[in-house]
Design a protein around this ligand. Structure first.
Ligand SMILES: [Zn+2]
Length: 258
């Protein structure tokens, strides 16, 4: 019977057309939704931009890192950041809140502080840009280790801590790993100037420089209780002339003190 196969093929053709039509409608529908959502998204983006554009004289002056944080930013600060600042104040630390830093990738600090000095008239030169946690760790080490050690070994207070690098958007030398400096969690100490005029450079000391060697070795070793990474002269050529302290978070609470 020739009629049967014919009608069956016609029926299947109609069915195929219907399927195609449904598919086409579905596609149209999807793309319309896509367009609509794209439009609404881009219009939101434009409004967002327009809201940001009105010229803010504070934003023009570069570098913005020296700009104090707006009171609006301070109002939305997380509780742990507020607590950290309270601890800094209790310790008599001289600091200032800065505008958020975001230089892309891991280079950002949401609530940076500018660390300028510590109780006992100890200055930080130049002022360091850090997370509050790192500023607090460093202030505690200065108060509980550096200052008492300088007093007991040199009978002198610390006048100035000379730092070489705080926040800095960069990688660990020779690797692709972002340095803790890029998160504001690291500080490099180059030199410690005492109130009696002594200047102690962070470097391998001569055989007979007992006091300087004693001071540097002690504060470096004690640093492991305050920071999770302590590197310095003797570790590698990159650290021959400074201490690197950071508070990198590691699994299992591992500390790198070398
Ligand atoms: Zn460093």
């Amino acid at each position: 019977m020739p009629s049967r196969p014919l009608s069956r093929s016609r029926a299947s053709t109609i069915a195929r057309r219907a399927t195609l039509l449904t598919a086409a409608l579905a596609l149209l529908g999807l793309s319309a939704c896509g367009n609509r959502s794209e439009t609404s998204r881009s219009s939101t983006r434009t409004t967002g931009l327009q809201r940001l554009v009105p010229s803010n004289p504070m934003m023009v002056g570069y570098p913005r890192m020296s700009l104090p944080m707006s009171s609006a930013g301070a109002a939305t600060m997380p509780a742990e950041e507020v607590a950290c600042r309270r601890a800094l104040k209790r310790m008599g630390v001289a600091y200032q809140d800065l505008q958020p830093i975001n230089d892309g990738g891991s280079c950002r600090i949401d609530y940076p502080v500018k660390l300028m000095g510590f109780s006992g008239n100890i200055e930080m030169k130049p002022a360091a840009t850090l997370t509050c946690d790192m500023a607090l760790a460093f202030a505690t080490w200065t108060k509980d280790e550096l200052a008492p050690n300088a007093r007991s070994r040199y009978w002198s207070g610390v006048k100035t801590i000379h730092q070489g690098s705080s926040y800095s958007c960069r990688r660990i030398a020779g690797t692709t790993v972002a340095s803790e400096h890029s998160k504001g969690n690291a500080l490099d100490v180059m030199r410690i100037e005492l109130k009696n005029g002594r200047d102690i450079k962070v470097q391998k000391q001569g055989l007979f420089a007992f006091r300087a060697r004693g001071l540097l070795n002690t504060v470096r070793a004690d640093g492991c209780s305050y920071f999770t990474t302590v590197l310095g002269p003797g570790y590698n050529a990159d650290h021959a002339d400074h201490f690197h302290f950071d508070i990198k978070e590691r699994r299992n609470g591992y500390r790198a003190c070398r």
